[in-house]
Write a protein of this length. Structure first.
Length: 149
């Protein structure tokens, strides 16, 4: 019975990943570009936060984390058509995952404002784990190493 449940869970995960793959590929170049910009912005911010953690620059961490928090694609000034396109081609589960990531960035920003070193490191670790989880679920076409898991 456990094997059947595990197989069902794996199939659902694979179907979701395939749904996003088709979804991202179905996006117009303009909307795909916006999504790509958000991801590159997050990557740059995460690299800066790492560098600032090891230097103890908490004011800069707070600003960078807040910037990441505010980069959530659905909070950007999108046209109604762009929002409809995203919602038509990308599963809700992706947006829930993305939203949760941006909430973590807000928590990291707050911890950095208070100079709470342990909590800053905890939230940065959680954000990193969220990136890996999202990429292994929704971006295996971009990061094929996650298909090997």
């Amino acid at each position: 019975m456990k094997k059947i449940v595990l197989a069902a869970v794996l199939c659902v995960g694979l179907l979701q990943a395939e749904e996003v793959k088709k979804g991202v590929e179905a996006l117009s170049p303009e909307v795909r570009g916006l999504l790509s910009q958000e991801m590159l912005h997050i990557e740059k911010g995460m690299q800066q936060i790492f560098s600032n953690i090891v230097k103890g620059e908490y004011e800069t961490i707070a600003k960078t984390a807040e910037d990441i928090q505010n980069s959530f694609i659905l909070k950007k000034k999108l046209t109604d058509g762009q929002k409809a396109e995203l919602k038509a081609h990308i599963p809700k589960s992706f947006f829930k995952t993305d939203f949760a990531f941006h909430e973590l960035a807000g928590k990291l920003s707050m911890a950095a404002e208070y100079g709470d070193k342990e909590t800053v490191q905890q939230y940065f670790s959680e954000m990193t784990q969220a990136c890996v989880k999202c990429h292994s679920t929704y971006a295996t076409q971009r990061f094929p190493v996650f298909t090997e898991e």
